[in-house]
Design a protein around this ligand. Sequence first.
Ligand code: XMP
Length: 526
Amino acid sequence: MSSVDITTHSTIVILDFGSQYTQVIARRIRESRVYSEIVPFNLSADRIQKLQPKGIVLSGGPASVFAPGAPHPDPAIFSLGIPILGICYGVHLMALQLNGSVEFSDRREFGPGTLKITAPCPLFDGLPSEFAVWNSHGDKVVSLPPGFQIVGTSENSPFAAIENRSRNLFGVQFHPEVAHTPLGKEILENFLYNICKCRPDWTMGSFIERSCREIRERVGPDKVVLGLSGGVDSSVTAALVHRAIGDQLTCIFVNNGLLRSREAETVQKVFGEAFRIKLQYVDASNRFLERLTGVTDPEKKRKIIGEEFIRVFESTALELKALDSKEHRYRYLAQGTLYPDVIESVAIAGNPAAMIKSHHNVGGLPEKMDFELLEPLRQLFKDEVRQVGLELELPKEIVFRQPFPGPGLAVRVIGEITPERLQILRQADEIVVSEMKAADWYYKVWQSFAVMLPVQSVGVMGDQRTYENTIALRIVESQDGMTADWVRIPYEILAKISSRIINEVKGVNRVCYDVSSKPPSTIEWE
Ligand code: XMP
């Protein structure tokens, strides 16, 4: 199960009880340079032991420990001799399974609180005797399991932090992983370094070194093909695999005719020229645009683009494969799969990770092709991928670029896609990007782009009446694209973007700013 060489890294295993914060715990631990891995809550104690973790964290969860079907871990984990930290739901489970008692309270404690340290505990070493914490729980511990003592209390809970020092078991009712617990990092680091004796050995430099070694060992003399989109994930994968095996890697870049201005040139410049990666550039714009003629339904657009992409990619890859020799063949397909895509999310009612199924798999690659998958980023979170990209010397424009949908400008030209309407959108979008960069806002927001509306309206230019197109501006902030809010961007920037678009882009006489949040709106318009 572990994809990391456990002999070289201190590992913390996080049992996932379905909290919306489980991935946040994993990221916080990695920010402290300790490798962490999320596993399903019911992984047996035996299998957990095989991962040789230095410590175990029991995550929070949306349920009450008493709810029907509430997830419970293998009770044998408490006897492995491995330090355990229970967070929120995790401490309630710990108390319940070790014969303390827990009560269900229908008055959920949610929001800020103050933790008072009442006895010395290695979890709170070096911290003040009182500090702010963030609570979000319904259940509460009401009597301690044998061998435990109270080490911290809060306004509403005499059992806010507990420990069994001799067994290295610790529990906190609050959430140290969230930013609203300002000393949470220190608490987690006390657990990692003092209690679990982890070494801070998870760095992106060491990741690159090890990953290159593994790629070389696995690939041997064979060859690798990769679908390069110019997005962060496929770009970093390309740079990493190229670092490992050089010319044994060939990237395929498909121009689907729905790219932004100068996108194809940038990819060719960065990867073909600067990195000298073998790049197969396929201009398939005509094929895509022909099939999209007259199509206005967003899901139809996505379907056509997805199908067409697979066809083009497949035939290009087959052309490469046709050149295979017995000794060197295109055997692997590299993909930029990230850790959040591979975590087995726990199917518990209320777990957002389990409920939300992405509909954004357009741009996915052929499943039936005769390739073995190479996914060197599958252990990494997005921020780690960006660090790897920087260490591999990819330009900032690529490493920090905003997300761009697989179907490209097709879902930003609302209604029918024509070369003329695409051209208008490209010009408008280029102005948005360049003004956002000039004002130092581009990298501060999640996405900022133009949308071409199927609306014409009356305007006046000089003495002439005009009847032209409308561009909508969409600028949003977001953590992960699941929810988003429109950015309160300074009026001067909006004014500049608007006047430049209307003056410079022929065919546009009106610009609107989208002031809707997600939900209930979405980020893209289609
Ligand atoms: P929505 O519009 O659903 O978008 O709020 C959330 C995030 O996903 C991106 N997006 C897509 N990405 N293929 C993709 O690869 C798609 O079909 C697609 N649709 C939306 C969107 O840009 C935003 O970051």
